[in-house]
Write a protein that binds this ligand. Structure first.
Ligand code: IPE
Ligand code: MG
Length: 232
């Protein structure tokens, strides 16, 4: 969800207003994904690199995050959404951590859609923590060194129990991955739009889904498979 800051600048507003408008855009996209029977929606809300922003902006983002959880969790629960958070939680304050855990507990049995919120997440962090988990198993004698392979590592990365992402949508015009789901996106279709995130509407989502439906997905093979968005 990129482009909040530029949107604010274009409108002569402080960056935090851009983030607020971004949260509103997300609310509509989440509802639309539920309606379109997307199984899993993962959003990159805050990266491990975002801590390097000015303190006032980081603070404002934390306040907005807490506020959005307070405002939305109950409604998402009613809509049958299961909430999950991925990333290093240790850096968030207690109140926020508790709120995240409570949201996960409350919505754990919902099955309409899984919404994953990546906060203080980085793809390299994810791979490092998976490697650490494997190393711990090896040193405890629970796993043979020869058994350290793609499958074993894949079990320890975030979202291991969910289908791999089918489609990545990046708003804001940059065409890069920016340390998002590096392992999980090996075969993800990449969709980039210049639309700034606060301007991203359900129509833009549908454009991306239509584009995805026209992809021929071969997964390194010769024959294609029928595209179907399970995880965006
Ligand atoms: C993305 O918008 C939102 C977050 C990273 C929280 P930006 O804040 O990166 O917006 P730009 O890239 O400065 O326009
Ligand atoms: Mg940005």
């Amino acid at each position: 969800m990129d482009g909040n800051g530029r949107w604010a600048k274009q409108h002569g507003l402080p960056r935090v207003i851009g983030h607020r408008r971004g949260a509103t855009a997300l609310r509509h996209v989440v509802r639309a994904c539920v309606q379109r029977q997307v199984q899993v929606l993962t959003v990159f809300a805050f990266s491990s690199e975002n801590w390097h922003r000015p303190e006032t902006e980081v603070k404002a983002l934390m306040v907005l995050f807490m506020h959005s959880l307070r405002r939305e969790v109950e409604k998402l629960h009613e809509a049958g959404v299961r909430l999950r958070f991925i990333g290093e939680r240790g850096r968030f304050d207690n109140a926020l951590r508790q709120k995240m855990e409570a949201a996960e507990r409350l919505t754990a049995d919902n099955s309409c859609m899984t919404m994953v919120i990546a906060v203080n997440y980085g793809g390299r962090w994810d791979l490092a923590q998976a490697a650490r988990a494997l190393a711990a198993e090896v040193s405890a004698g629970q796993l043979a060194l020869d058994a350290v392979n793609e499958q074993a590592l894949g079990k320890h990365v975030a979202l291991a129990d969910l289908p791999e992402p089918d489609l990545l949508i990046r708003s804001g015009g940059e065409q890069r991955i920016s340390n998002f789901l590096l392992w999980q996106m090996a075969y993800t279709e990449l969709y980039f739009t210049p639309t700034l995130w606060p301007d991203f509407r359900v129509d833009d989502l549908d454009l991306a889904l239509t584009w995805f439906a026209e992809r021929e997905r071969r997964f390194g093979r010769v024959e294609s498979t029928q595209p179907r968005v399970g995880h965006a």
